[in-house]
Ligand binder design. Structure first.
Ligand code: PA5
Length: 412
């Protein structure tokens, strides 16, 4: 395993809940809960004949068709059908020579979608609609609008060849439309819920189109899943979260020193917020992007209400570092990343002095395999954390309430 987890600065005794955490992990591996298909999902990646490897081959071959057809690939989806792909796309950085990804249907803003439409008219475009239910308001409305524009631009026959879909394997309105119109389609496994689906076609298709090595993502997840030594890293983090919750901490702040990680933090917020926030329980997942937010929220972290702890995603190296050559500069002879490193340890020391508990995830460098490890690490620790909190980490009964109210407004 390349990523490392250091809970020593959280100042809790992780041996206290070791057994409980291991029990929870076992439950996840046994598949005793519905929607735990993601746990063993990456295991097939080392076998060329496995269902997973065959699926990867199919995704890659469809991706190459898409790459030959367009320069812009608009990915429509929201929540679990959106955040993972965008998190990976931004963390890994756009690959030159491959279609650019734009994301639609993740809000209801007219201004936002007007801009997407103008890009669609300007560039050679394919679109991909991702929705397990097929009925989500944001993605449905964006799909209708973009499909209409695609038909206007290319004519019906060609437009349908430029529409790709990822949806439930055997039910839903979107599946029906795919069959009727002949869109190329991929399935979301029945036993994997939205926020745990990034390593299925939901995340893999957009990432393959934009030139990423999707099998490496799965390989990273596989490494995390099978490494026995790794178990203690998984359970330690989950235990630390639980013990800090028991001690009265209410907020977990995900922090990184790389703006390219901002969407990864959004993915984490959904993962933990939707999995644990029920029955009046659950740490509130927040995120900050440093060093920018140190100049706004730094004050609160140092001296404000200490109801939070920090989980720092610490990317150690920069791809192409930049040297400061200017004579007389206080940073002369240093690289930008060296200064960033000094910020990480400086902030940690300052916060330690006032007793802020800190967990650090060391990420040696960024590439698909490492990102796969991270995705799996956080999904597994989230599952364990939810079970330790005695909630079901795989449902989301609370999200229906606002939808009901919104539907009433639309009828009126
Ligand atoms: O995690 C979840 O279940 C949600 O975030 C869903 O992914 C999101 O609401 C989108 O749902 P759908 O894929 O059915 O359009």
């Amino acid at each position: 395993m390349d990523i490392k987890v250091d809970c020593s600065k959280a100042f809790v005794d992780t041996s206290l809940l070791k057994e409980k955490a291991e029990e929870c992990m076992e439950i996840l591996w046994k598949g005793e809960y519905p929607y735990t298909g993601w746990v063993s999902y990456p295991l097939g990646i080392t076998d060329k004949e496995s269902e997973l490897s065959l699926l990867i081959e199919r995704i890659k071959s469809v991706a190459s068709v898409i790459q030959n057809k367009c320069r812009l690939f608009i990915v429509i989806g929201i929540g679990g059908s959106y955040l993972g792909a965008r998190a990976a796309y931004e963390a890994l950085g756009k690959r030159e020579g491959y279609p650019e990804l734009l994301f639609a249907g993740n809000n209801l803003s007219t201004t936002y979608h007007k801009e997407i439409l103008s890009q669609l008219y300007e560039k050679d475009t394919c679109i991909c609609v991702i929705s397990k239910s097929g009925t989500t308001t944001e993605s449905s409305i964006a799909f209708s609008i973009l499909k209409e524009a695609l038909i206007e631009k290319y004519g019906e026959n060609e437009a349908y060849k430029r529409i790709f879909a990822v949806t439930d394997e055997d039910e839903g309105i979107l599946l029906g439309e795919c069959k009727l119109k002949g869109y190329t389609r991929f399935s979301i496994p029945k036993d994997i819920g939205g926020r745990y689906s990034v390593l299925t076609p939901v995340g893999l298709l957009p990432l393959a189109v934009s030139g990423f090595h999707i099998e490496e993502l799965l390989l990273g997840a596989y490494e995390c899943a099978i490494s026995p030594l790794w178990d203690s890293n998984l359970t330690d983090y989950a235990i630390t979260r639980k013990l800090l919750w028991d001690k009265g901490k209410k907020i977990e702040i995900f922090e990184s020193y790389e703006p390219s990680f901002m969407c990864f933090s959004e993915w984490l917020k959904q993962l933990f917020g939707e999995s644990e926030g029920k029955e009046g329980k659950g740490l509130f997942p927040a995120s900050l992007s440093f060093t920018a937010d140190l100049h706004s929220m730094g004050q609160y972290l140092q001296e404000g209400n200490q109801i939070f702890f920090e989980t720092i995603m610490d990317l150690k190296s920069a791809k192409d570092d930049i040297w400061v050559n200017e004579e007389g500069s206080p940073f002369h002879g240093k690289t930008m990343n060296e200064v960033n490193r000094a910020a990480v340890s400086g902030v940690m020391n300052a916060h330690e002095k006032v007793g802020v508990p800190q967990v650090k995830i060391d990420i040696p460098f960024m590439e698909e395999r490492i990102l796969g490890q991270l995705f799996y690490f956080f999904m597994m620790t989230c599952g364990i954390s939810g079970l330790m909190l005695s909630v079901n980490p795989f449902d989301q009964p609370g999200v229906e309430a606002y939808k009901e109210e919104m539907r009433k407004n639309l009828k009126g």
